[in-house]
Design a protein around this ligand. Sequence first.
Ligand code: SAH
Ligand code: SF4
Ligand code: F3S
Length: 476
Amino acid sequence: MKPPYLMTLDETATEVPRDKRVYFEVFGCQMNKLDSELMLESLSQSGYTLTHDVEDAGVIIYNTCSIREKAEERAYSRLGSFKKRKAQDPNLVIALTGCVAQHHESALLAKLPHVDMIVGTREFHRLSDMIAEVRSGAEPLVATELDSPLEFHRSQNMGPSSCQAYVSVMRGCDQVCSYCIVPTTRGKEVSRPPEVILEEIRRLAENGVREVTFLGQTVNSYGKRLGDGVGLHTLLYGVEDIAGIERVRFITSHPRYMRPKLIEAMATCEKACEYLHLPVQSGSSSMLARMKRTYDRDFFLKVTDRMRNRIANFAIATDFIVGFPGETDEEFEDSMSLACEVGFDHGYVFKYSPRPGTVSHRIADDVPEDVKKERNNALMNQIMDIAQVKNEAYVGSTLEILVEGPSKNDPTRFTGRTRNHRIVSFAADADEPIGQFLQVKVDRATGTSLWGSKVGCSTESPTIPKPRLDPAHDAS
Ligand code: SAH
Ligand code: SF4
Ligand code: F3S
């Protein structure tokens, strides 16, 4: 997979010797994408540059994900394909980084003996030194401490587009969801100080970034050990004063931490987008208890109701897992009915995948694969049908979007997003500027996106004020 978000380092710097050209392959979540940016930035300080051609690379980095077995297997099989090349070119350095590295540590060297280094989720600032060590003849290296510093040098934004940036606000997870490997691969929750985060955002704004997305494994528990009442709301209010930034989002939130202070900040901050990714995992309270999610169906419904009552045009996306051990037909039906009741604007459905080292790995994975598949399809179809109806309601209206770049499938079109995260495709001029705010009239809708044509643009701040509900409607 060519990572489009690693895009600003000069690929055409042909004078850079092959030894210093790095190829990345990135799996997993936004945090892994951001970490890849930070790795590249730290390597660039030692003269490395990015190449999108693996044949042209002197260093190959696989930044991996452990969330489901398939993600892990894909990384192994792709890495395996470099065995022959490594034998012919001993100067080639192959690094396995990220969650798989953190999870399996040195055991990976037996499985993949042609890999030169295993670098965990908090040690990637050492990559450049480690590459030099390996090249000077060291044995394969392993760096998987989890208490390394959280601060990484950052002078530029490398994606998802030139006008959008990810900003890590916390790392790690203190939850104990029984199916999940993330607490093992990312360690305990640690929050960065607000002033450091806001300074980073100020610099990004000076470099043309208009939209930031705060990242954290449970991003809305941000601030837990910082004291002084610091929480995610502190950052939302802080960004209000940063010129140039027009939109703020955050992923991924845990329902338990969707507290009134945060909802109020989302409702009152002009820059906070009307969008939330709030994974529910199941609509069944008995299943949620077995998953150790710390809330039940009613709690989730109350939180989503409260947000929809407080904030107009509010969109909610979610994740479900189907086929968790012991999932009965009734429990699955509870997920189907919850999807209807909440009316998610978008959703992902995952088939349960047992992960060694998690609590549920010790329980038999007893839902047959064909049942998992059936449930996955049924729930996904349900979510898409609802999303389609919701999207169709926008046909005929004019929406403001932030232009993100050319459409992947059609060079004559560009795409952008509304504040509530709907993708809008429109017929573009050849030199359509990325990062501008456009008014687009919607003429067609599918379950995943809107289609339309532009009716106006403004390179200044958004012209449409944030929609507000009468506070009397506040259900909090
Ligand atoms: N921190 C986020 C989720 C991170 S993982 C949260 O707590 O919501 C992203 C998604 O992967 C999860 O929401 C879950 O739906 C899915 N997932 C995690 N572990 C899984 C497993 N063992 N099998 C299948 N899906 C899984
Ligand atoms: Fe995994 Fe649960 Fe933590 Fe999310 S909150 S990262 S699902 S343990
Ligand atoms: Fe995967 Fe690690 Fe992210 S397991 S989902 S890359 S935190």
